[in-house]
Design a protein around this ligand. Sequence first.
Ligand code: ADP
Ligand code: AMP
Length: 214
Amino acid sequence: MKLLIMGRPGAGKGTQAVNIREYYNIPHISTGDIFRANIKGQTKLGKEAKEYMDKGLLVPDSLTIDLVKDRLSQEDCQKGFLLDGFPRNLEQAKALDDFLKANNDSLDAVLDIDVKPEILIDRIVGRRVCPQCGATFHIKNNPSKVEGVCDVCGAKLIQRNDDTYATAENRLKVYDEQTAPLLDYYKNQHLLKTVNGDQDFAKVFEDIKKVLTK
Ligand code: ADP
Ligand code: AMP
């Protein structure tokens, strides 16, 4: 299973990626997670990426595309993968197509988790994440059992730097301008499978499984 998961910021990509990863036994590759790990590790890439991420802008393609190609070249991706947060513009999509073609490979499906922009600011600003194990919570929609503490590993939950009102609005704008055109790109390739993301967590996953087995 070689999959992309798309959707506006806050649509539930990371949340559903955990289910998909376990169900299909494929690695979940999130470019946002890779950048955040580099920021935490204070690498050169992390320092460069942070400047863009804190403003809600896309990290330049020159820092992003090769990183994904390297990751997809690793052994654990040969039988399948779930890419989350990449591609985010036409250049990245074309680079991915070229890379897969060069390896006699192709995508099986592109999932679009569709959620109207109106409710996304609330989802983004209420998101809390575990800096240790990556688990995601929401202060209202999916609270941790003990406030501020990760259910999975017990670490203290944090709010992402870019999960503020101002940055979230910018990220939604960047999505509309640069990422949304990819939906037509993949529709034309007959790969696009749209799921309503404005439903209960479990129902969204049920619908994902349905569209992927069609
Ligand atoms: P993305 O990876 O698309 O940015 P996340 O998976 O991190 O989005 O979800 C954003 C926030 O919305 C998180 O706090 C998550 O708990 C919450 N969330 C995800 N899916 C749903 C859903 N179906 N209903 C309500 N809240 C959700
Ligand atoms: P995400 O974790 O997917 O919400 O991404 C958080 C931030 O990381 C984005 O707002 C961008 O600044 C950056 N980012 C993640 N993936 C990409 C990508 N494919 N291209 C450019 N920037 C990215």
